[in-house]
Structures are given as C-alpha cells and as structure tokens.
Design a protein around this ligand. Structure first.
Ligand code: EPS
Length: 372
C-alpha cells in the first residue's frame, strides 16, 4: 500500500509530505517531479502567487546517494516563499460562499474565518503532484502511463478523436493543457477576469496499460472505481467524477462487446472506462471530473459578516481566475497514487525486483484469457 501524509499551510514555512510504501529500488527522477510541479504552477488564469513561488521537491529521507528509493518512507518538503500572508495577518469575518471559511470555522470555532483556507488552499496540491509524480514514475516501470488534458473551460470544450501519446504530448505544451480550442478557452478566462468573476470546467485523466485485476469487488472499500472517485472528488474544487461514459442509457449500446480476433481477445468499445466489478479490466481507465469555479470572486458574492450579522458581500483576497488546468494535473496525479498503491497491494514485495517478478508471473499465468 502506498500512502501520502501531508502537513503544511499555504503561507506557513512550507509543505511537507511523507510518502510511505514506495518499494526499494525505484530511481526517483527529481527533474521529472520538478517538471510536474512547474506544470501545476503554469496556466493562463493563475494568480499572482504563481509568480512568487518556484516549487521544487526536496527529498530528505528514503533515498540513497543515487536518488534510488530504499524502501523507507520518502520524506520531502516544498518551500513556501510567501510566508507573510499567514492567517493571523489575513483576517476576515465574512465567509466566501463555496470556500471552507464558513463550515471550517464553525467546526473548529475559529473567529478569523481565513483560518480554514490556510490548509484547504490549492497550494497544498503541490504535495499531491510531487507524490503523484513519484507514483507515476513507479507505474512507468510496469509500462503504465498516466495522461491528462483539460476538456472544457466554461462553455468551450475540445475533444481529440485520437487519444494517442502524441496528442497528450501536445497538451503538455499548451498554456492551459488543452487538446484544442486554446484561443477560445483563453477568451473564456479573459472574460471572467474582465467581469471580475472566476470560471470552472472539466478535466480528463487516462491511465493506460494497467493490468486487469487491480482493485476488488469483495469489499466496497477496495473497489478501484470508488478509490479513484474519492481521490479525485476530494481535490478542492472538484464536484463530480465519472468513469467511462455516463450518458448512454441503452444496455445494448453501453456495454463493451468482446471479440476474438486473430487469436486475441478484444473489446470493441470502452464505455466502462476500464473498470468492471470494481476491478481494472485491462482497458484504459478513463476519468472525467468537473471543477467548479473557485469561490474567491473579485466582485463578491452576497454573504454575512459573522461578527455583527450584517448583510454584505464576500471579501476578495489574492487568488486565481481559473484552476482547471492545475486541477486536471492534480487529479491525474492522485489517480497515479491510487493505482501505484493497488499495484503494490496486488504484487507485494519490498523491492522493485520482487514486484516485477510477481507482476510478470501474473501476466504470464493469465495470458490464456487473451490469447488462443
Ligand atoms: C494556490 C495558492 C494560493 C491561491 C490559490 C492557489 O495562494 P495565495 O492564497 O497566497 O494567493 O493563489 O488558492 C486558492 C485558489 C484557494 O482558494 O485557496 C496554489 O498554489 O495553487
């Protein structure tokens, strides 16, 4: 099992993570991790904080002098450069509808309603990206790749027919991680800026080449679809998660036919999105998620000053206009963590070579399902 434990606040000294369960013998390519951290910060529509921070992973434990995992917990931190705006300095009593200001302050009895946002800030997602990129490096060792793209910003959507590696390579060079219609999507963000609003949208993540058999149907807690849904739904702005197609109501059309062709078993579609019975079925795992527009709206939203009970509007604090690209990357990295964990659970072993042997043995022993 692979687990991430986090600590840190948006404007505290820094962000801290302990990634437990990465087996011994994985080369941790910090350039790859730092590249992903930079990608999280990139993006049209991001706020001023992105110009302040230069996120980089500092690994303090669990690797040897060559950057190879030792099997011990990987402890890491990411510095905060902006430590000035901590909650004691950023103080307000008017909750932003949609943020954790109200519910979090009721729960912990905070008088300063800015307190919950120190821990719920999007900044914390840098930890998910750092840990998720290590999980993605682990998955790569088994030929598993994680892809992601923004599908919609506002009402503008772009879908690529060809979801090949090339398409996703191009996504990486897009300012907003889009598969197309970049100019229209940027115009949506610009309009939101002009009208002192924020804007949401939809992201896509695909995990390719997973073996069939990860996750389990015996206990709802172990179902792969449920684990993916929780990992993505708990990303700050995400309000819905779907796996595969969710708009087809005819069973005859929805379900993905099997066909034996030239001695190889094939599926003729992938409406199930790669998971059946809570278990991966060997097809691409396809996950979509809707990110609401963020709650820090410049023109304010009707709210109440909790100190004196007067009707007023929510406060504006420095924020982003659009976080859909960042949320897309963060969700994909959370999904990488889920599947890396399921893979270690199924194939066990404390070292990469043990897991590889068990993985290869499994693939060979199940080959008869696909090949005749
Ligand atoms: C973010 C850091 C935050 C916000 C944003 C995302 O930094 P600051 O509060 O100092 O400007 O820009 O967080 C939110 C949108 C939010 O609602 O908390 C980041 O690193 O992603």
């Amino acid at each position: 099992m692979i687990e991430l434990i986090t600590a840190g606040e948006s404007h505290g000294k820094g962000l801290f993570g302990i990634l437990r369960g990465i087996p011994c013998g994985l080369k941790i390519d910090t350039d790859f991790v730092n590249g992903m951290l930079a990608l999280r910060q990139r993006g049209f529509g991001r706020g001023e904080r992105m110009k302040i921070e230069k996120d980089r992973i500092n690994i303090v434990s669990g690797i040897d002098e060559n950057g190879v995992s030792t099997g011990s917990p990987i402890g890491f931190f990411i510095d905060n450069i902006d430590t000035k705006l901590n909650a004691t300095k950023r103080s307000f009593t008017v909750p932003r509808p949609g943020h954790a200001d109200f519910a979090g302050s009721v729960k912990y009895n905070f008088k300063n309603l800015a307190m919950p946002s120190e821990r719920t800030s999007g900044r914390l997602s840098a930890l998910d990206v750092a840990a998720g990129s290590i999980a993605a490096l682990f998955l790569r060792e088994f030929g598993v790749k994680v892809y992601f793209a923004v599908e919609c910003i506002g009402k503008t959507c772009a879908f690529a027919k060809d979801l090949s590696e090339d398409t996703f390579e191009k996504v990486l060079s897009s300012d907003i991680l889009a598969m197309g219609k970049e100019a229209e999507m940027k115009a949506e963000i610009e309009n939101a800026v002009k009208s002192e609003d924020t804007i949401g949208g939809r992201g896509l993540a695909i995990v390719r080449n997973l073996p069939a058999g990860l996750g389990d149907y015996n206990d709802w807690r172990n179902r792969a679809d449920g684990l993916v849904a929780q990992a993505v739904m708990s990303v700050g702005t995400v309000k819905s998660v779907s796996i595969g197609e969710s708009g087809i109501t005819s069973g005859a059309i929805y379900h993905d036919p099997f066909e034996m062709k030239n001695g190889t078993l094939k599926r003729l579609s992938n409406n199930a999105g790669g998971i059946e019975g809570g278990i991966t079925n060997g097809e691409d795992v396809v996950v979509r998620f809707f990110s609401k527009p963020i709650p820090t709206v410049r023109r304010g939203i009707p709210s109440v000053d909790i100190k004196n009970g007067k009707n007023t509007r929510s406060v504006y604090v420095r924020s982003d206009t659009c976080v859909v690209p960042a949320v897309t990357l963060v969700s994909a990295m959370r999904i990488a963590l889920v599947f890396a964990s399921l893979l270690t659970e199924k194939f066990g072993g404390e070292t990469m070579s043990d897991i590889r042997a068990s993985f290869n043995n499994y693939i060979n022993s199940r080959r008869a399902f696909w090949q005749k």
